[in-house]
Design a protein around this ligand. Structure first.
Ligand SMILES: O=C(O)c1ccccc1NCC(=O)[C@H](O)[C@H](O)COP(=O)(O)O
Length: 208
């Protein structure tokens, strides 16, 4: 079984090109101004245009977005999907309103946090942010990967939170994830992607 990989928080051509060359399936762009990985629509648009036709799909991350914020980005950036940090109801409404695939990010600390139903295209299962965190994702924080054992996921899902080249295989083994998402674990500093770590992560996720 090939594990699919998303490299999140892309901000420059070097990170983008490394994700493409390594064989990532998705790249993520963070449209959240309080993130060290934040990109504006004019910054993201040329990066997305640079993606090869058969390369990774482009996902835009939004935190409790207004419709206007989403519209502004979609008018400029050719995104293939949205990753939404908000309620399940709001994420489902965004999916209907904008007609694009939507993944809902769900913060997990205990088994009861795992969604049992949803009206979105996919779920990003990541660690619940610590109290007082500046942002709801991208915190380099793991959770107990065995919590997903026996979970009847209501949609395709990917595992995120604190993954790095050195722990991704174990995370896949324990969680049963078929897709993984990484940001901090392929950086040399917050917001600075390392092409070498991106290659290392994708190889490790693929079991190579
Ligand atoms: O990366 C951010 O700064 C960020 C800000 C606001 C919402 C989400 C954000 N990132 C999400 C991700 O990069 C991933 O989906 C995931 O949380 C993995 O992050 P990491 O633990 O850093 O690998």
């Amino acid at each position: 079984m090939t594990v699919r990989v998303k490299i999140c928080g892309i901000r420059d051509g070097a990170g983008l090109d490394a994700a493409c060359a390594a064989g990532a399936d998705w790249v993520g762009f963070v449209f959240f101004s309080r993130s060290p990985r934040h990109v504006t629509a004019p910054q993201a648009a040329p990066l997305v245009r640079r993606l090869p036709h058969d390369g990774p799909r482009a996902i835009g991350l939004f935190v409790r977005p207004t419709d206007d914020e989403i519209r502004h980005v979609l008018d400029t950036v050719a995104l293939d999907g949205l990753q939404i940090y908000d309620t399940a109801t709001r994420a489902a409404a965004i999916r209907v309103q904008f007609g694009v695939p939507v993944w809902l990010a769900a913060g997990i600390a205990v088994r009861a946090d795992l969604p049992q139903s949803c009206a979105v295209d996919g779920l990003v299962i990541e660690s619940r942010p610590p109290a007082g965190a500046q942002r709801p994702g991208g915190n380099a924080r793991t959770f107990d990967w065995s919590l997903t054992e026996g979970w009847q996921a209501p949609a395709p899902w990917m595992l995120a939170g604190g993954l790095r080249p050195g722990n991704v295989r174990e995370a896949v083994r324990l969680s049963g994830a078929r897709a993984v998402d990484v940001s901090s674990g392929v950086e040399t500093a917050p917001g600075v992607k390392s092409p070498a770590l991106i290659h290392e992560f994708v190889r490790a996720a693929h079991g190579l």
